[in-house]
Write a protein that binds this ligand. Structure first.
Ligand SMILES: [Zn+2]
Length: 403
């Protein structure tokens, strides 16, 4: 059974690499995922903002565009210098991680945030996903567009380098998706109209897939104008804060769109296909080096919004990690069985791993509950994460998962 943990580079170094592997092994952990680069994020947020497994720093704001391996220019020769990755640490942490792993029965996994690259997308908006009005979609979390040829070359260069110079065993694709909608306080139809991507490269792909671009964009803009008009008159928004109102608009909207505007459905499918094409290209690369490929995915009930289609992704993956986080995001645990059942059904037999939230306000009791709700559907468990979890939570997770 897969029993894994996510760990951040600063915690690995400051807790001690040998000490981390020794602790992980003693807890029965057999997969350890380390980001080879990382996103800007408060450690640990949402939650207590305390790092429990770090001997030097109890808080940390991870830097924008942190790169933890030492990239060699030859892998990025066909993309302009300004877009290439550069080591941002004083150590090649990925190399140390890989070398240390050989002394332990713990598999080193290279965790790669693929399209969320806040610094690059922020500094060079020409690489970023765009909304319906050709503005960068997303706010603090900024994403690269999977259709952009430079982005594809960059991603494949990173994969190639990790497979060859860093002898990857498994590469884990995180943020292999579009950003979440910027806001949930709008009506679901308005939210749909704000979803990316409408950059020139994506529009070309939609056109090639037979989508009537003019009709699509006209219909999406109509949704926005509908919201503006209704809300202008009353100041009342049918947002997520009023669940019944939100659900009603959503169900009515899906019906109306399905019956009257199938172009929108074609567009939702095309978005997912574009991301799936990138997964397939990455698989071609990893396959040639015998490297396993996994992906971190949002639960199926939500994944269509961010362009992740389990049926399209799964044929090119060795395993899928489904984030079924509850307490820190105030999500209902009752949804776990449905989401994992769907993931299993749509995942075409690929290995399924439940990603469990271990950090406060998660408690040993909620962790045990989430593990038990997941168990019937999965081949293993992953805990988020080493640094953020009080020891009792970490211990409960590993004991209950192994039972
Ligand atoms: Zn695009």
């Amino acid at each position: 059974m897969i029993l894994g943990l996510w760990i951040h580079p600063w915690d690995l170094i400051e807790y001690g690499i040998e000490e981390t592997f020794a602790l992980a092994e003693s807890l029965g952990i057999n997969h350890l995922s380390l980001p080879v680069r990382y996103i800007e994020e408060r450690q640990a947020y949402p939650g207590t903002s305390i790092i429990y497994r770090n001997n030097k720093n109890r808080t940390y704001l991870s830097i924008r565009g942190g790169v933890y391996w030492r990239p060699e220019p030859k892998y990025y020769e066909d993309i302009p210098e300004k877009y290439r990755p550069h080591l941002t640490s004083d150590k090649d942490i990925v190399k140390q991680f890989r070398e240390t792993a050989t002394s332990y029965s713990v598999k080193p996994v290279y965790w790669l945030p693929v399209l969320r690259w806040d610094k690059l997308a922020g500094d060079y908006p020409e690489l970023a996903v765009k909304d319906l009005y050709d503005h960068v979609a997303g706010y603090k979390a900024q994403f690269l567009c999977p259709s952009n040829p430079i982005v594809r070359k960059l991603v494949l260069g990173v994969i190639e380098e990790l497979c060859t110079r860093y002898e990857a065993e498994e590469i884990e694709l995180d943020y292999i998706r579009y950003p979440e909608p910027v806001t949930y306080s709008v009506s679901p139809l308005h939210m749909l109209a704000q979803m990316p991507c409408h950059c020139g490269y994506c529009r070309k792909k939609y056109y090639e897939k037979g989508i009537d671009l003019e009709l699509l964009e006209e219909k999406l803009k109509e949704l926005v104008e509908l919201a503006v008009e209704a809300e202008d008159k009353t100041g009342s928004v049918c947002g997520k804060n009023v669940p019944e109102c939100w659900e009603t608009v959503a169900s009515m909207g899906w019906y109306l769109l399905g019956v009257r505007t199938p172009e929108v459905y074609k567009w939702l499918k095309a978005r997912a296909e574009i991301i799936a094409e990138l997964v397939a290209e990455i698989k071609e690369k990893t396959k040639s080096y015998g490297v396993e490929l996994s992906a971190d995915m949002t639960p199926p009930s939500f994944s269509w919004i961010v362009g992740q289609d389990y049926e399209l992704f799964s044929p090119n993956l060795d395993r899928v990690k489904v984030m079924v986080y509850t307490e820190p995001f105030r999500r209902y645990p009752e949804k776990i069985p449905l989401d994992l059942y769907l993931a299993k059904k749509l995942g075409c037999g690929v290995q399924l791993v439940a990603g469990i939230s271990l950090w406060p306000p998660s408690t040993p009791q909620t962790i045990e509950r989430d593990v038990e709700l997941s168990r019937p559907y999965v081949d293993g468990f992953y805990g988020y994460c080493f640094g953020w979890a009080p020891f009792k939570n970490l211990e409960t997770f590993t004991v209950k998962a192994r039972r």
